[in-house]
Design a protein around this ligand. Structure first.
Ligand code: SF4
Ligand code: SF4
Length: 180
């Protein structure tokens, strides 16, 4: 996915603002700027405004918008690119900073281990979010849940090794290639 603004314009050229993407989006009612409006902003060259939207971090990448589009615009892909641009430019909406941090540490974790190492994920997220907000309650939040989760085998001290690490490496390499 191209994340520069010229790449984005090319992706959204064919949109004629029918609104089908927004009509099918399960999160549209919670969004400050709905999918068809994000596409319109990208068309109009107002990418920075789109990268400041809260909605790009609410999107759950369900792909409904992309599959409904009569013009084959990859709306979900456009939103992915807006998230990347937003993180890169430091324009993440204040209310969504923790979401952006979580997504980043999650991806770093998978890239490093091939599968999720839960304790490392929690540690990295809490540390980075704390450094951003200096919020002690955030640092301590959920700590009491850890023993329960371990008892139910939902949280592990050591991460389990990935079965086929090379597959994950190839996925990350392909994504990096697609960005060039
Ligand atoms: S469904 Fe496609 S053509 Fe219609 S508004 Fe969304 S992106 Fe544009
Ligand atoms: S991919 Fe995102 S924007 Fe598209 S329908 Fe799903 S939640 Fe909405």
């Amino acid at each position: 996915m191209h994340s520069d603004s010229s790449g984005l314009s090319a992706l959204v050229n064919d949109c004629y603002q029918c609104g089908k993407c927004t009509a099918g989006c399960p999160l549209a009612a919670q969004m400050d700027i709905v999918p068809s409006q994000l596409v319109r902003l990208a068309q109009a060259g107002q990418v920075e405004r789109a990268t400041r939207a809260e909605s790009i971090w609410l999107c759950v990448s369900c792909q409904t918008c992309t599959t409904r589009c009569p013009q084959s615009v990859d709306v979900a892909g456009v939103i992915d690119a807006l998230r990347e641009q937003s993180a890169q430019d430091g324009t993440v909406a204040k209310t969504q900073r923790r979401t952006a941090i979580f997504q980043q540490v999650f991806l770093d974790n998978i890239r490093r281990h091939g599968r999720l190492n839960e304790l490392e994920l929690v540690g990295a997220f809490k540390t980075q979010a704390f450094l951003k907000d200096l919020s002690i309650p955030l640092l301590m939040k959920d700590a009491l849940l850890a023993p329960q989760m371990m008892k139910r085998d939902k949280l592990h001290f050591a991460g389990k090794p990935a079965r086929d690490r090379q597959v994950v490496d190839r996925i990350f390499a392909k994504c990096a290639e697609a960005k060039v």
